[in-house]
Design a protein around this ligand. Sequence first.
Ligand code: CP
Ligand code: NVA
Length: 303
Amino acid sequence: MGLRHFIRVLDLKKEEVEGLIDRAMEFKRTHNFRGLLSGKILALIFEKASTRTRVSFESAMLRMGGHTLFLSGRDLQLARGEPIKDTARVLSRYVDVVVLRTYSHSTITEFAVYSSVPVINGLSDRFHPCQALSDLMTVLERGKDPFKEKVVWIGDGNNVAQSWIEVSALLGFPLVICCPPGFEPERELLEEVRSKHGAKIEIVHDPGEAVEDAGVINTDVWVSMGQEEETQRRREAFRGFTVTAELLKRAKPDAIVLHCLPAHRGEEITEEVLEGPQSVVWDQSENKMWLHMALLEFLLKGE
Ligand code: CP
Ligand code: NVA
């Protein structure tokens, strides 16, 4: 396997996604991972805050015997105008793999063009591919078959939703995206996945109808990082899109609720649902670490 990056879900083949999830589950079950990435160095370049993605990647690498370097975007010469292409060429002489969390998606794609080591998207304004894979792992772990259950996204059609769209396109199960008008996923992405993959993505605007008989419900914040000045406008636009206990009654009684976190209780989800028996958010967070172990192994060792 030559140099591979993981910038969007569609960088992988269906069998590779299935293989990564199997491997992540194996790591979780057996804890048999010691020394697998001995001596390897992971650099994390983050322009935005992170709890889960940062710590789960660092912990994954350390548990497998590797090392990590956390580099806040602010502290690199990048912040003083050094070009991305120079940073990429220099850093890839020092480290074995890089995780980037950026505002602009093009920062990651440009970095990858010049990097001689694998580049992983740790969240950009377009995608959060690692999140979607660990979400999928959580869905499968809970015994939910996305081909048999109605899978619904409620909320903003941005980065996490767009990676879910790619998972749905790649694996071939239908996905309902329920968002307020004006907050749909990118038109070009929908066209791409529909024409190239025959993706079955339905865009709707009524949360009640969307969750009717759903088995898997996923949501995310109304105001993503970098959109803080739109907070008021978004809170108004998303009114009625909160995942409440009342809304959940319309789903299947054993439906599961996912949220990538951090959550804003009382906005996209209520405290009652987040802390309730149908919420799987803590396993979902944990699974990021197992999935990242499998992903690092895959990119570094071609396995
Ligand atoms: N879900 C997720 O990516 O969380 P962080 O922003 O804490 O990394
Ligand atoms: N959509 C959110 C996801 C955070 C993990 C954001 O971009 O801030």
